[in-house]
Design a protein around this ligand. Structure first.
Ligand code: FES
Length: 149
């Protein structure tokens, strides 16, 4: 394996457009793997570039690192995802992605008038919470997470 692992951490970071610290973090989380050369320096196999690309794309979709790690673990021998694997992973995440899109659209629609406003007007503000009546529905941004609004 070490013979195939020739890329330095700096080269991988440059090729992937991320910081070296991010690579160390991914490795610490078990998302990527490196080997040590005789000088005890990290070396990566070329497929790490694809693996990091999948991680970045999934993160942009809002998928957590744990979800990505769990998905990688479903691949035979924890291999780097190929195109078919990526399709499978993406379809698995599609439902949660649709939920996120719906949430963001709602957030955009409800907050578009409020951004930069701050009036919390009784008459027109969609996020005004009279007498804290939304508290009975739970904690957090209840108004955005329920179908009530
Ligand atoms: S803060 Fe003014 S409309 Fe919501």
């Amino acid at each position: 394996m070490l013979e195939e692992a020739k890329l330095t951490v700096g080269k991988v970071a440059e090729r992937c457009g991320i910081k070296v610290s991010a690579l160390h973090f991914y490795e610490e989380k078990g998302l990527i793997r490196s080997w040590r050369n005789q000088g005890n320096q990290r070396r990566y196999k070329a497929d790490v570039l694809r693996r990091v690309s999948v991680i970045k794309a999934a993160q942009k979709m809002g998928v957590s690192l744990q979800e990505i790690k769990d998905a990688f673990a479903t691949l035979p021998n924890n291999r780097t995802p190929d195109t078919k694997d990526w399709d499978k992973l993406a379809s698995h995440w599609r439902e949660s992605l649709n939920d996120r899109i719906q949430y963001l659209e709602k957030l955009r629609d409800y907050l578009s008038g409020c951004i930069g406003c701050g009036c919390l007007s009784l008459k027109k503000c969609p996020i005004y919470n009279k007498d804290d009546e939304l508290a009975k529905f739970g904690s957090g941004p209840v108004i955005l997470e329920t179908k009530r609004v």
